[in-house]
Every structure is written in C-alpha cells, then in structure tokens.
Design a protein around this ligand. Structure first.
Ligand SMILES: *Cc1c(COP(=O)(O)O)cnc(C)c1O
Length: 381
C-alpha cells in the first residue's frame, strides 16, 4: 500500500503514509520488555480513554479493526436476520459487509451532490417496517448532515451508527463525529488519520451499550465464573501493542489534522484556476479533515478520469479512484431491483479521485502535483 512495488525506478508520491515520529517505538518497546503483548495491558485502556475523550464521548471499546467495530456495534444494538439497515451506496465495502455479517440487509441510499455523503432526502422513502438502523459514513473526511439524519431516526425509532473510519476529528456544527449517534465506529488501518497498523474503536455515550460491546468482543466471557459464556461472542480484542501505537498517534492527532487541512488549502489555491477540476466540499456547518484530498474531473475534460490517473502514475504521483457503487458489485447486485436509481453515486464514482494526502507531504510536492495535473489536462486533445 505505501511502498510502490511496480518495476519502474520512479519513486512515487504515495496517497497515504503513516507518521511514526512520536512515542510509537518507545511504547511498543515497553510492551515487549514488560511482556504485555496481548489484549491485557495498560495501553488498551489508555487509548480508549484518550480517543473517546477526543470524540467527546464517555466510552470507547477498542477492537482489532474498523470492520469489526461496525459489526460489533450492530450486534450489540440487536441487529439481526432480515432487519434492514440504510447505508450510502458510495462507501468502502466494509460498511455494507458488516450488515451482511448480521444476516441483515443493507439498503442502499444515493449520496448528496454537495457533501458526497448519504443523502438525507433519499432516506425517508426507503424506510420500511423492517428498517432498524442508519449508517451514515463521513466520506473522505467530510461530515454528514447529522441533524437531518438523527431527527429522521428519532421519528422512526431507528438506531444510528456513524461510520467515522475516514473522519477522525471532523466536526459537524463544532461537535466531533462519533458523538451524535448511538455509536461511532473508527478504523486505525495504516492509511487512516491515525493508525495502529490494524485497529478500530466503537465510541458511545451509552454505558449499557459500552458494557455489551466489551462483553461481546471477549467471547461473552463471564466476569466471575471462569470459562462460562452466557452467549456467543467474538474475539475482536485489540492488542496492547496496537494500542501502544494508538496512544502515541493520539498524542499528535491534532497536528496531523491541522497539517491535512493546510495541505488541502495549498491544493485548493493551486487548483483553483483549473476549470476541469471540482475541489472538495466543505459546507459552512462542517470541518472537513481531508482524510483524502479528493476532487472530481469534469466529464467535459478532454480525457477520462482513469486516463488522467494513469498519466499521473507515469509522473510518479499515486492516486485512488473513488469507490464503485456498492450496488454494482457481485455480492450486492441482486439486492437492488431497479438500475440507475443512484445518479449521484454513479457520477461521483466515475469522476472522483483522491490525490496524495499524507501529513508528511511538502508544499513543493503539492505544487508539483497540481502543476502536473494542469499540464496533463492542457496537453490532452
Ligand atoms: C477503512 C474503512 C472501514 C474499515 O476499516 P478497517 O479497519 O480497514 O477494517 C470501514 N468503513 C470505511 C468508510 C472505511 O474507509
């Protein structure tokens, strides 16, 4: 992912790169030298405390990745076979897969043209007697319109689980994502805003839910009776080593976000005169954390998005296309009946892409990337 393994000698500017310039090694060394390498150890609780307070929630349950954070939250809230869960059609596949793991049905919702996140006006008509929850995804670092989502959820008695895997520290009306819903699910994969290698967390303000999450992540093991299990749980625990990295990353999370926002500013200034590129959104009520600095190529441009990305690759610039619509992919195709009911998802998926977004990027690199994009677009016929 970070190391480009193509045979070309060209050194690529990666889309993402972790920054381990803090206490990461020191805390990991502490785990090794004390022998606390599994899920018992002081760093797990410390990471849960620090990160949940960063999210302005009361509790955090650390788990081994972001996908199981979503699964665990759904199970703990009682989502089960044949329930329906509303999910945006434009997201990483883990959001929908977690619903499938419960044998429930993801119901896809188109996204909003302006924020690229789940479209509140498309939600209500998809609610049925079977609908139990909504999973808004704060895509590429921009928060969803939470007031509209939570008020709809309230009137239909639905759970809300925020998928915050791409938006640590993003604000909706000055409050952090993860703090609006029944549960907020985060990922700490290597390319996320902070990382533990692999890792995840469910944050919540609900004590009862938190206790359920902790029980289920550890095989539902009884506290007082050894090897007694009252129900079927999971081993979804985070290790002390992962958490040690997380604690160190958490110490610097504000500076990572600040750097990503500065980078976005430099990109915006240098792409402003490029008519074929639509810059990333930031609504007046939002603080975008630009997990990925993502833009759209105009369909009127003289070359296709994929063609542009291929050209950038030959110049040493790595990129990512936007996600495919979930409803187009083999596991989900049969779940949707009519085609073409997701016009915005289809458009964004075809025209969107992410540029190098690491907090380690230099201003010179960003200017080089912008100039290269403009050169490629101008010379296309
Ligand atoms: C990364 C990501 C996940 C899954 O996280 P993992 O830690 O990789 O399992 C879930 N949802 C979204 C939107 C993501 O980007």
């Amino acid at each position: 992912m970070f190391i480009n393994s193509t045979s070309t000698a060209l050194k690529m500017i990666p889309v993402a790169q972790p920054d381990f310039g803090g206490n990461e090694l020191k805390y990991v060394q502490d785990c090794i030298s004390t022998g606390w390498i599994s899920s018992v150890g002081k760093y797990v609780a410390e990471f849960e405390r620090n990160f949940s307070s960063f999210c302005k929630t009361d509790y955090g349950a650390a788990v081994c990745n972001g996908t199981v954070a979503l699964h665990l939250a759904l199970v703990a809230l009682g989502i089960k076979q044949d329930d329906e869960v509303l999910v945006p059609n434009l997201t990483f596949i883990a959001t929908a897969n977690a619903v499938k793991y419960c044998e429930a049905k993801p119901v896809f919702i188109d996204v909003d043209k302006e924020t690229w996140t789940i479209a509140p006006e498309d939600l209500e008509r998809r609610i049925t007697d079977k609908t139990k929850a909504i999973i808004p995804v704060h895509l590429y670092g921009h928060p969803c319109n939470m007031d509209k989502i939570t008020s709809l959820a309230k009137s239909y008695n639905l759970f809300v689980i925020e998928d915050c895997a791409e938006a640590h520290g993003a604000l909706y009306k000055n409050e952090p994502v993860g703090s609006f819903a029944d549960a907020g699910c985060f990922s700490f994969f290597g390319n996320k805003i902070i990382t533990c290698g692999e890792g995840g967390m469910v944050v919540t303000k609900n004590k009862e839910l938190y206790e359920r999450l902790v029980l289920l992540r550890g095989h539902a093991a009884s506290k007082d009776k050894k090897y007694w299990h009252s129900e079927i749980g999971f081993n979804y625990r985070m290790t002390n080593i992962q958490a040690a990295i997380g604690v160190a990353q958490c110490e610097r999370i504000d500076s990572f976000i600040e750097k990503k926002r500065q980078n976005a500013q430099i990109y915006n200034e240098n792409l402003a005169d490029c008519n074929s590129i639509t810059l990333p959104p930031e609504k007046e009520w939002a603080k975008n954390v630009f997990w990925m600095y993502s833009v759209l190529l105009s369909p009127d441009a003289k070359l296709s998005r994929d063609n542009l990305l291929e050209n950038l690759r030959t110049k040493g610039i790595d990129t990512r296309p936007f996600f495919y619509p979930l409803s187009d992919m083999p596991p989900y195709k049969s779940d949707v009946n009519t085609e073409n009911e997701f016009p915005t998802t289809a458009f964004l998926s075809k025209q969107g892409f992410s540029l190098p977004s690491s907090a380690l990027l230099t201003k010179e690199q960003i200017i080089f990337i912008c100039n290269t994009i403009k050169e490629i677009l101008n010379s296309a016929k």
